[in-house]
Every structure is written in structure tokens, then in C-alpha cells.
Ligand binder design. Structure first.
Ligand SMILES: [Zn+2]
Length: 78
């Protein structure tokens, strides 16, 4: 997960637009997948940035999955 730069893609300089991305997190005993995360996506190289507000929501979901000790937890935002 990367921090949102002010403008443009820092990797390739391409334009970014709003889109969605899939966040995955390996907890060791299991994997958490969060789909349809609103993000800023580079049109050229596909790199994505998840806004802080969404990252906080994801953290909560990951925390719940960790507590349940799920082997595979697939969720979707939005
Ligand atoms: Zn790019």
C-alpha cells in the first residue's frame, strides 16, 4: 500500500483516476482479501493508492479477521 502523492504517478508520471483496487493481507495463518476498495489508480502502469480513510476501514476489517483466525476472509468495500 502506498501513500497518495499530490499529483500524477510517481512511478511512471502517468495520470491517475478514481477506480477500485483489491487489497490483500497475509496474516501468517490466513489471508484477508478486501475487494472493491475505492482507490486512485494510474492509467498507465496500474499502480494504486488507497486513501487514508479507506485504509482505516481496511485495518478494522483485517483486525476482525485476525480475531476470528480465518484462513481465508474475502470482503468487499462499497
Ligand atoms: Zn504509473
Amino acid at each position: 500500500m502506498n501513500r497518495l502523492p499530490k499529483k500524477g504517478c510517481p512511478l511512471c508520471g502517468g495520470p491517475r483516476r478514481r477506480g477500485t483496487t483489491t487489497f490483500t493481507c497475509d496474516l501468517g495463518f490466513g489471508v484477508v482479501v478486501v475487494r472493491k476498495v475505492p482507490a486512485s489508480v494510474c492509467v498507465q502502469c496500474g499502480a494504486d493508492w488507497i486513501p487514508d480513510k479507506m485504509a482505516e476501514r481496511i485495518e478494522v476489517l483485517v483486525g476482525e479477521a485476525r480475531n476470528k483466525r480465518s484462513q481465508v476472509e474475502v470482503m468487499a468495500l462499497s
